[in-house]
Design a protein around this ligand. Sequence first.
Ligand code: BMA
Length: 312
Amino acid sequence: MHLTELVKRYAGNPLLTQDDLPGADAVFNAGAVKFKDKYILLVSVSIPGKAGNGRAIHVAESDDGIAFKIRETPFIAPEQSGPFTEFDYDICDPRITPLDGTYYITYPAHLPGVGVIGIMGKTDDFVNFERLSVAAMPWNRVPVLFPEKINGMYWRLDRPMFNENGTLWTSQSRDLEFWGRHHLLARAQRQVWNSMKLGPSGIPIRTGRGWLVIYHAVAGGGMSTPIYHQAAMVLKLDDPNTVLARPDEYILAPKMEYERHGRVPNVVFSCGHIVEPDGQVKLYYAGADTCICLATFNAEEMADACCRLAAK
Ligand code: BMA
């Protein structure tokens, strides 16, 4: 049994396209969370001609996790005022972490000539957004917060980058403000599909086996443009610096027309998922940086399969 066989694409993909937002030429990488019985996606959008290189983050909501409607008023956008907005250029790829009774949102922002940084903010209603801090210096696209404290500390996954070598790190904090104990968790490997760089997808999922971390891994070099895959690894529950399983297989690769052709070809990229009470994971991912799609798998089955494969 290959990991790709555990993942089922929704037959009605894509769920959202640029036609769902006036003026947009892409509706893509989305954070996801359940909020008051609604499924919420924070979608990255590209609207040519608008401030900040046309990039903003909008709320899309749904009753069933499949039929989404995008709000036309942006949720995070360069035209907003307040602290840290000078970095709101090329913003996209938000991650949402429910923690301590609020919703923390991290996203990469960009100051041309300076580099990509991670902004952290929060919301209680998905209408108002408060930017809290520059949580990561250049080049670090996104800190992704774990959904609970571990051994009294807040934890996050980091994705610093040097040239094209994005690696996965953890760091810890007592207060969500000062971060330390930086630890190199994973780097690119020797399979073609994971040979270039990697980075976190949505927030880690608690399973009986450990933290199931969905991440992206990129094949590059040679004659091809980079090909983005989704993969999985399992970290120890009480010590996420310990990798329990990191199989040599990916879980999802560009295959369908909407994943292979678009603004950036051959990309499946996820920033979020929603875990249903029965353990089914709704993995929201973008096809070719252009549209938003859905695939499902069971969290426990995936973690088991990762551990089995890695033990071979
Ligand atoms: C990454 C980010 C993502 C994008 C991906 C594939 O570096 O820019 O927003 O989806 O590349 O193009």
